[in-house]
Design a protein around this ligand. Structure first.
Ligand code: 3PG
Ligand code: CO
Length: 555
């Protein structure tokens, strides 16, 4: 108990209601026509920067500042919210898998040994996102895993691919499939029976999250396990090329397909005695499939046939559920998060977003842990997301509903911290629809206004920040920043996140006079926010947390 006790902050009082707002996918970039935040009418967010510059700054949200392998890695919501909530920088899944593959330790672990037990009589199935995005998975890791599996005795391998277009350019999937096909054909030359067995676009097949739409996982199950899909092809390159010819087709939403042999039979259904590895390291969009593969009791859809397999995740995706129970690499141990500390120190917490981002401000915020720390002190509210649409047709999403919930929670006086994620900039930004993203940014700004108005009424404090960039840049650029054109002369639309820093603003009537950003943490990043928020609640942060961003000057 005592280990959780935080010291009182020498200068900042307790008892202020704090709104902690995360604008998803809201970075800072040069103003131009492809910066949707700049183009959009965003008076509230603009005002922080212009009216109180000592209470506004930029913080790093990508690369090593959030535990990713290199400075070329764009930020993402998993590592972003982990850093925001945990207050320290942990080497993240991407990095841990790199290390385990490089040292070969991955093959000595319990998870791989468990998988290997099937190599003599069964097939090894690898399921995951096929790109070099580095957000959920990486192609080079899949390549190393294939090589290592073969060296360790795998003789029959089937890969079930999910095309990306969201963490990488739309249209890039063909190249990734060609690369994988080449690797598999090299393996075949060495006598290994290795093929792609099924596929589909990540947002339509398999990679749903937070139980938003189980049909997505079912479509994957049908193709991967049962060998059933609306499209059948003899090889995957042909499949992706053909399916992309449909008007409006894009990598994120390709329909499911299976690869069949000359007699039309699927080449790689998942059967009793097979091994399955889901090779994504990131949890959110693999948990649902992991449940379908692992749980005996399962009622989310009719699995028809439940093969007896040895299943391992690249990582364990949920430390609380211990899911999956077998995994190749141990996940980062994100302990002692700010949420857990604050609950132990009497801070009553409310967290809310809509389904597609709900786990970001709960599960990721709390160090990849599902559920409450203390149900009496916390309330987490999920607003159901619209399903079956791409958010460019509904750029408002549930931002106003989220803001209303936050407002009510603030005005209720029942909570000390009210934390929300506003998804619009990110979710609409990922569609690549510039006009809709401009609308999305405006709505997010409106939602921020509602929340700070409520904070105004209760004399509270607001902290407004973001988890990574997205909407502030919608085109791929050359080194000098000029938009790049493809070979047909059209703009290359950037659906992915960016390397940009994000803003953070503090304010509100409850903010102590003299509280402002200090100048001596110029390289501050998302991990510095937790100590900052603890201070604003009237506490000192634990000594191993990244330093606070604020100081209190007497004036
Ligand atoms: C996704 O999963 O939607 C993207 O790959 C990353 O987006 P997020 O990190 O903002 O969730
Ligand atoms: Co995103």
């Amino acid at each position: 108990q005592n280990a959780w006790k935080l010291a009182d902050h020498p200068k900042l009082p307790k008892g202020k209601t704090i709104a902690m707002v995360v604008l998803d996918g809201w970075g800072e970039a040069k103003p131009d026509q492809y910066n949707c935040i700049h183009v959009a009418h965003t008076p509230t967010m603009d005002s922080f920067k212009t009216t109180a510059p000592e209470k506004w700054r930029l913080i790093k949200a990508h690369g090593t500042a959030v535990g990713l392998p290199s400075e070329d890695d764009m930020g993402n919501s998993e590592v972003g919210h982990n850093a925001l909530g945990a207050g320290r920088i942990f080497a993240q899944g991407a990095k841990l898998v790199d290390l385990a593959l490089a040292s070969g330790k991955i093959y000595d672990g319990e998870g791989f040994k468990y998988i290997k037990e099937c190599f003599d009589n069964g097939i090894l199935h690898l399921i995951g996102l096929l790109s070099d995005g580095g957000v959920h998975s990486r192609l080079d890791q899949l390549q190393l895993l294939l090589k290592g599996a073969v060296e360790n005795g795998a003789k029959r391998i089937r890969v079930h691919i999910l095309t990306d277009g969201r963490d990488v350019l739309d249209g890039s999937s063909i190249g990734f499939v060609e690369t994988l096909e080449k690797d598999l054909s090299d393996l075949r030359e060495k006598g290994i029976d290795a093929q792609i067995a099924s596929g589909g676009g990540r947002m339509y097949v398999t990679m749903d999250r937070y139980e938003n739409d189980w049909d997505v996982v079912k479509r994957g199950w049908d193709a991967q396990v049962l060998g059933e899909a609306p499209y059948k092809f003899r090889n995957a390159v042909e499949a992706v090329k053909k399916l992309r010819e449909e008007p409006k087709a894009n990598d994120q939403y390709l329909p499911p397909f299976v690869i069949v042999d000359e007699s039309g039979n699927p080449v790689g259904t998942i059967k009793d005695g097979d091994a399955v590895v889901t090779f994504n390291f990131r949890a959110d969009r693999m948990i649902m499939l992991a449940k379908a593969l692992e749980y005996e009791d399962f009622d989310k859809f009719d699995r028809v046939r439940v093969p007896k397999i040895h299943y391992a995740g690249m990582l364990q995706y949920d430390g609380e559920l211990k899911l999956p129970s077998h995994y190749l690499v141990s996940p980062p141990e994100i302990d002692r998060t700010s949420g857990e500390y604050l609950v132990h120190n009497g801070i009553r917490t409310f967290a809310c977003s809509e389904t597609v981002k709900f786990g970001h401000v709960t599960f990721f915020w709390n160090g990849n842990r599902s559920g409450y720390f203390n149900q009496e002190m916390e309330e987490y509210v999920e607003i159901p997301s619209d399903i079956g649409i791409t958010f460019n047709v509904q750029p408002k999403m549930k931002a106003i509903e989220i803001a209303e919930k936050a407002r009510d929670a603030i005005l209720s006086g029942k909570f000390d911290q009210v934390r929300v994620n506003l998804p619009n900039g990110d979710m609409v930004g990922h569609t690549g629809d510039i006009e809709a993203t401009v609308m999305a940014c405006k709505v997010a700004d409106d939602a921020v206004k509602m929340i700070i108005d409520a904070i105004e009424q209760v004399g509270g404090i607001f902290v407004i920040t973001a988890d990574h960039g997205n909407a502030e840049d919608m085109v791929k650029r050359d080194k000098s920043g000029k938009p790049l054109l493809d070979k047909n002369g059209s703009l290359q639309i950037l659906t992915s996140h960016t390397l940009q820093p994000v803003p953070i603003a503090i304010g509100g009537p409850g903010l102590a006079p003299g509280a402002r950003f200090r100048n001596d943490v110029p390289t501050g990043g998302l991990a510095n926010v937790a100590a900052t928020v603890m201070n604003l609640h009237g506490f000192e942060a634990p000594s191993d947390y990244e330093p606070t961003l604020i100081e209190v000057v007497n004036n």
